[in-house]
Design a protein around this ligand. Sequence first.
Ligand code: AMP
Ligand code: MG
Length: 347
Amino acid sequence: MNTNIWIVDKYVDNLENNPQVVDAANSLRKNEVVALPTETVYGLGGNAESDEAVAKIFAAKGRPGDNPLIIHIADRNQLSRFVTEVPEKAVALMDTFWPGPLTLIFKKKAGVLSEKATAGLDTVAVRMPDHPVALALLKTCGLPIAAPSANSSGKPSPTKAEHVLDDLNGKIAGVLDGGTTGVGVESTVVDCTAEIPVILRPGGVTKEQLEAVVGEVHEDAALKDQSQRPKAPGMKYTHYAPNAPLYMVAGPKEFLQTLVIEKEQEGLRVGVLTTEENRSFYKADLVLACGRRAELETVAASLYDTLRSFNQGHVDIIFSEIFPNEGVGHAIMNRLDKAAGHKLITE
Ligand code: AMP
Ligand code: MG
């Protein structure tokens, strides 16, 4: 299959009439799948009401069929088509964070969405992305769009159109190239079906920000305890992994450097994942800085790009610094832990 590359300048006005966006919307109406930029990462979109389109998403990504998709909308009125009720706390969260990196789980109306999109659950995950190209595409096609991240399953999520093409060229109808995405880590997933909202996946919106709006918010116990079964089916899979094994290292940078030397003496090519502040400290085959530690948002924004860059550097092993597990650091550590397959070396 020939994969179209539709380049769109996200800063121009009136994107809904943009010929590239219209082309992409037409592909979606024909139940083809199309990658689109959102403010978190690139998504792989398809008509959420079509089994055919949704099957193409799972096939292109190689995604396990029990991992449900997030449905993207441009207008809150679309909710009533496939959701049975919108609780008051969900309304407050939408008022504050939509469009934005927050996914809400609702009770599902039966028979509207493809059963494959929700993996047969009686709930559905929905969000409104805060990206002019994504919103223009959603408005132009008028459909609810199922869109997981536009990477091969298990690889780091794409933050650039090139990343999408690295994984999916020839497998999808096209990619709307709207430049580099912003937040970098995916949306926070919050279950709104119970009285007290529960965070199922940490992300761009922090627990503190949610609590400022709706009071008490819980966190799925599986986020802290690996022996528990996560309520978001996708959280049990390894994800974001670079090709070489990645180890998180807790301890001072001098300790991490001794690990590098040990492995280099064994003849391995060693990579180090650090931040701008410590970049010049390390001596290794490939030292990559992922944003600035003093501003964790910059780390979130470049984490996946950095993980992918280690593949181009052909290293045999990667040691990574760790980050404070709070605020956006909580989402960063959740992704890093998965990329490392929970491998942590403590001094
Ligand atoms: P991704 O599309 O890769 O960003 O992942 C979406 C995440 O949302 C995965 O962890 C899914 O398991 C989770 N998710 C989607 N729909 C539901 C749902 N109805 N209930 C719980 N988790 C969900
Ligand atoms: Mg994903």
